[in-house]
Each structure stands twice: as C-alpha cells, then as structure tokens.
Design a protein. Structure first.
Length: 475
C-alpha cells in the first residue's frame, strides 16, 4: 500500500469508528505532515482519495471536512468467498439471458446494466473522427488492416502500455471486436473442450457463458472483495485440477470491484509461471481508477509471455464502437490465427477514427473528467444504499470502475428481488448469474455509472423497501 493510501485508510477507519464525525475538520496538511512524517503531496493525495470516496469534502480557504453522508455508507464485506473444490460443468446462459433481456428497455432504471451511461463519452468528437476517417479511407486498408488490425491504432495502444513502463510491441497486439472477442480468442488459443479453467468466485457472467459454449469446466477459487483471488487457494486448485488457463480480472473486478495490490499481482504471475499456466487478464476497467495513477496490470510483471492481456475502449471512451484488443505474449500468433478463422477483421473506419482521436490528444482530459464523475456517483450511491437498505447490508468500496457489490442479509433472495424490482421498472444483476454453482443468492451487483438524480435515488429507496419486506415474517 502506498503512503497516501495508508494515510487515507487510517483516516477512513477513524471516520467509521466515530472518532471523526460528520462536520469535523480534518487536521491541516501542515499538521499531518509533521505528525505522520510525510510530504504535503502525500497528504493531498490521501485527502483527494477520501474526497473521491465521498468521505470528506473540501471547503474553499477552510480545509477538508468529514462528509455529512460518510457515516451512512454501509460497511464493507469481510472475508473471501468459499466456493466448493470441484470442477464444474457450466450451465448459466439461460438464467443470464433472462436477467439481461428483462432490463434492456430504455425506461428501466439500469442498476443491472453492464455499461456506464453513454452520455459520459465524447461521442460527437468521435463521430467527427469517424466521418473524416470514412472519407479518407484507403480502399486497400480493408485488406491491409485485417487481423491483427490497423497499424496506427496498434501503435497508439502500444504507447499506452509504454506510458506505464511496459514494452509491448505492436506486432503482439491483435485488434478485436470488443474485449469479449479478445478474451474468447485467447481462451480458444489455449483450451479445448473438456479442459478446466480457473475463475474467480464470483466472476463476470460472460466468462461463464464462454466456458459453457466451449464445453470447458469451471474451477471456482475463493476471491476477496478487496484484493482479489486467494493465491494459496489458487495454487491448491492448480495442483488438484491441472487447469489449462486462468481467466481473471485483477483490476476493478466485475462484479466485486476488487483491486489486487501490485505486489500480489507480481506474486500471481510468478505462481502461474512456476506451474506453466497461462493467465487471460481481463483489464477493461483499467482506465477508470480514482487514485493518482493507473494500477499496473499483471501483464507488467510477465517475463515468460504467459499473460494474455485484454483491453477495450468500450468502457472508457467509445461504447458501441466495439473495439478491443489482446496483447497475448507468446500466444500472439495463435490468437491472430483464431481471429482470421472466426471474424477475420474489425471495422476499418472505427479503427482509423480511434487512432486519429488518440493521436490528436484529449483522451486523458476526457478520462480525468470521467473518473471524477464516477467517483462522485459512487459516493452518492453508497450513501443511499446505507440510508435505504436493511441493517446488515454490506457493500464494496471499489477504487475504480462503476459497480458496487452488495451483500444483503441472508434472508433476502436476490433473484426474487430482481423480479420484484423489474415489475417497478428497476433492473438489478442478482448474484447467482456470477457463479457456476449459482451461489451468492443474497447478493446484487449495482451499476452507479448512470445519472444520479431524484429518479435513481427513488429507485434505490424502492429497492431498499423490497429488501426490507423480504425479511418480514411470512404470514
């Protein structure tokens, strides 16, 4: 943990314990520097992080004060999940389809959505870039830019890696139709029907659907809501089941929002290298961090080419453009071959448009605004959950992304709650769709990436009332 994160954690603990109460002024930057032996920059970063979490508010020329809503935020879940130790045949697609199809109508409050609001993105500027790219399209690019993709876009992606100190050659990058295709191609390059694949518990439902479609077995491994998969349990699963791959989200995991510390990512890569197990790293939320820098992916610690890193522009810049990529290390040629034999290529004008947008600048300015908006919405959302949901409710506090994982009291059936909420125009993502074993029956994933207004707050209040009612004795 960095110094500023440790300082922020200590202050947050004081707020939770009631030592610092709503309205209290935090110690001055100068006093904190002296008492903690840290720099002013460290103190400011800690206060900025607390502000992003909605725990403190800055007052001009006065300092930082504990937010009035800070005490209402629900406590975090404790402990890792406890899935069984078996290799499981996956059968979730019908349930996932039922849940997702029911929540797609525009009039529904989209707490169950997998996407942030499309209004958060520079679609007008992207549209201009797309129009210009289409007009300037070289007819030969429709052939030249087939797998592995447009060279200019792959160069821009390589530059993003380089900014984090990572040397990823453009020849390694394969542009895909969104990150989901990248993940599917990577898995197809490694595994065959009947093979076993390690996943987190809970995990992204699309990973489960892919395993089901490809006839693969799932090995669910305990996962902590704060720092990701349990490495000791992972090593045990590898020794017992001999999986062909791991499919993990190490940064702002969906649905938990967990962020694996960088030292743990390094240990993860070393563990997998010892056993020769490839890691398919789903990193689509990497740009949506609330701290001072983008968390390094596990790919940054890979010296063996065993990490197949997958990213996307859909969650941070261009929803609907369906542009993702894979940087598959030693498997680059196999992944490119999978691409050629399935979808062949990716939309040429869209690739050119994004390459042009990234080259001209403005992306990082957009990202700073987007991160601030998401952090503010998370704070408001979490306070409302604390105010309206039953006692005993717990919710994660992700340091990025746009999902909260909510653990309701044991008596609440999340699937039943989902159906009741839909009848009132509110979608949710119930816990069982994130598990091969249909676990997490009392959990929900809630999306705070859409507009926060009176309608969304009223919808959360309604959801809270339904959860309260589910705990009442049945007559």
């Amino acid at each position: 943990m960095t110094r500023y994160a440790a300082l922020a954690s200590d202050i947050e603990a004081s707020i939770r314990a009631g030592v610092l109460r709503p309205g209290d002024r935090l110690p001055s930057v100068r006093h904190t520097c002296e008492s903690r032996g840290v720099s002013a920059s460290t103190v400011f970063q800690a206060y900025y992080l607390l502000e992003a979490r909605g725990l403190v508010r800055a007052r001009e020329r006065s300092g930082y004060y504990v937010s009035e809503g800070a005490a209402r935020r629900p406590p975090e879940p404790t402990g890792a999940s406890q899935p069984g130790d078996a290799s499981i045949a996956v059968d979730v697609s019908a349930l996932v389809f039922e849940v997702l199809q029911a929540g797609t109508a525009r009039g529904v409050v989209p707490f169950g959505s997998a996407f942030p609001s499309p209004l958060l993105f520079p679609l007008a500027r992207l549209g201009q870039a797309m129009a210009a790219s289409a007009q300037a399209l070289d007819p030969w690019s429709t052939v030249d830019d087939l797998s592995p993709g447009n060279p200019a876009l792959r160069r821009q992606i390589a530059l993003r890696y380089l900014a984090d100190g990572m040397q990823v050659h453009t020849d390694e990058i394969v542009v895909t139709n969104g990150a989901l295709e990248a993940l599917n191609l990577c898995l197809a390059a490694i595994a065959r029907p009947g093979d076993a694949v390690v996943i987190e518990s809970p995990t992204f439902y699309a990973a489960l659907q892919t395993l089901e479609r490809m006839g693969l077995q799932a090995i669910e491994v305990p996962t902590h809501p704060g720092e990701g998969i349990d490495l000791a349990a992972l090593e045990h699963a590898i020794a017992r089941h001999g999986p062909k791959a791991c499919w993990l989200m190490t940064t702002f995991q969906n649905p938990l929002g967990s962020l694996m510390p960088e030292a743990k990512k390094q240990a993860l890569v070393a563990l997998l290298a010892r056993h020769g197990v490839p890691l398919i790293e789903d990193d689509v939320y990497a740009e949506l961090y609330f701290g001072d820098r983008r968390p390094l992916p596990a790919k940054a610690f890979d010296g063996e080419g065993l990490v197949l890193h997958c990213g996307s522009f859909s969650k941070c810049l261009a929803p609907g453009y369906r542009l993702g990529w894979a940087a598959p290390g030693r498997f680059a040629q196999a992944v490119a071959r999978q691409k050629l034999t399935t979808t062949l290529g990716t939309c040429a004008p869209a690739q050119m448009a994004l390459a042009d947008y990234l080259r001209r600048g403005g992306y990082d300015k957009h990202l700073r605004k987007l991160r601030h908006t998401l952090a503010s919405r998370q704070a408001a959302f979490a306070e409302a959950v604390g105010a309206h949901f039953p006692p005993g409710t717990r919710a994660t506090r992700p340091a990025g992304g746009y999902f909260l994982w909510v653990e309701l009291p044991e008596g609440v059936d999340a699937l039943r709650l989902h159906r009741q909420a839909l009848a009132q125009g509110i979608s949710t993502a119930p816990g069982p769709i994130f598990s091969a074993s249909r676990s997490f029956a009392h959990c929900l994933r809630l999306n705070y990436g859409h507009e926060w207004n009176a309608r969304s707050e009223a919808a959360l209040a309604t959801l809270g009332r339904l959860a309260h009612a589910a705990l009442l004795p049945k007559e």
